[in-house]
Design a protein around this ligand. Sequence first.
Ligand code: ADP
Ligand code: MG
Length: 230
Amino acid sequence: MIDLKDIVKIYRTGGEELTALKKISLHIQEGEFTAIMGPSGSGKSTMMNILGLLDRFDSGEYILNGENVTGLSDNQSAHVRNKEIGFVFQSFNLMPRMTILENVELPMVYGGIPAKERRERALKALDRVGLSDRVKHRPNEISGGQKQRVAIARAIVNNPAVLMADEPTGNLDSKTTIEIMRIFQELNAEGTTVVMVTHEPEVAIYTKRIVSFKDGEIQDDKIQENQVIL
Ligand code: ADP
Ligand code: MG
């Protein structure tokens, strides 16, 4: 599903260069549920932004769902992203002036899906995350955990090949965190490949595989024999 070979990412600011990813190679198969872990500044978000085609890299090769996505233009990236990737952010990134339903419809507006089908699919995705009774609300009228569930509904509404998330529970309390991890586990059990960043070991216990970053390199990569199922 995801094949990275020797990915290098260098940030250039002023006269300074910082190599955030040092030849990262990583293979993630269809159906896996992977946590990317590591201390602050180790390159987790840089990795996730590259995986999500939100940022470019300096060298290496990225194959996503059989397609070589190395060096795509911004337009091409946006197209692949809309088709293949659902992305969930720590800060939810919902549109404040739109209703919950309109937020979830948005990726399909970009995808040119007819209005009736958009509505049906958005309602189904919202039902999937348990928010059928909040469709007319706006983001500032619901809780943080509910906002993240809206963001997950928006991320899955185009049936992406991979669901990606950068610290999706970073702004949530522990009870709400478990609700979010339960949804990820359910989606994974239904076949969705999930890759998420977390720096919290108590969140990573719910995933199947942990890839640990340190100073822009993969330090450890292990399968969790005792994944906790919610
Ligand atoms: P993490 O998500 O693990 O905390 P990041 O991927 O955000 O780590 O950052 C990795 C390194 O790259 C850090 O040293 C960080 O300061 C640097 N970095 C991240 N984003 C940028 C940027 N846009 N410009 C310059 N340096 C950056
Ligand atoms: Mg980060």
